[in-house]
Design a protein around this ligand. Structure first.
Ligand code: SF4
Ligand code: SF4
Length: 124
């Protein structure tokens, strides 16, 4: 049972530029928090790119301006093995500093392997 999820204070590390279903994005256009330099639309999704690489709906206090409407990836983050949060475990419990370091190493290893796989696909 996941207890109430409590993020690290003032953390928005996982809130990068992501794609939104068009209907969700249009519904929440009035809640945009930062300038968009490019807005791409593909297959019913909007990808708003920001200068600082932070999600367009991430507020100054690092909270989500559209929390009830946040996309699926935001709901899954931290709860499944492929999207581990370095700071909070899947039960919603803060990791110890040693576990944070270990989780960061695991994440870096997986991302490096994924990048190598993509590079290999480009060459093949
Ligand atoms: S889920 Fe983890 S990385 Fe994302 S904001 Fe919360 S504490 Fe930070
Ligand atoms: S929609 Fe909310 S939870 Fe998802 S990346 Fe943006 S600010 Fe973070």
């Amino acid at each position: 049972m996941v207890k109430e999820w409590v993020c690290r204070k003032s953390c928005n590390e996982c809130c990068g530029n992501i794609a939104f279903p068009k209907a969700v994005f249009e519904k929440n256009r009035g809640k945009i928090q930062r300038p968009i330099f490019e807005e791409l639309e593909l297959d019913g999704e909007i990808y708003p790119a920001t200068n600082d690489g932070v999600c367009v709906f991430n507020k100054a206090d690092c909270r989500c301006a559209i929390y009830p409407d946040r996309p699926e990836v935001c709901r899954l983050y931290g709860t499944i093995p492929d999207l581990k949060c370095p700071y909070v475990d899947p039960r919603g419990v803060a990791r110890t500093p040693a576990k944070v370091r270990r989780t960061q190493r695991e994440i870096n290893k997986r991302v490096t392997a994924q990048i190598k796989q993509i590079e290999k696909m480009r060459v093949d």
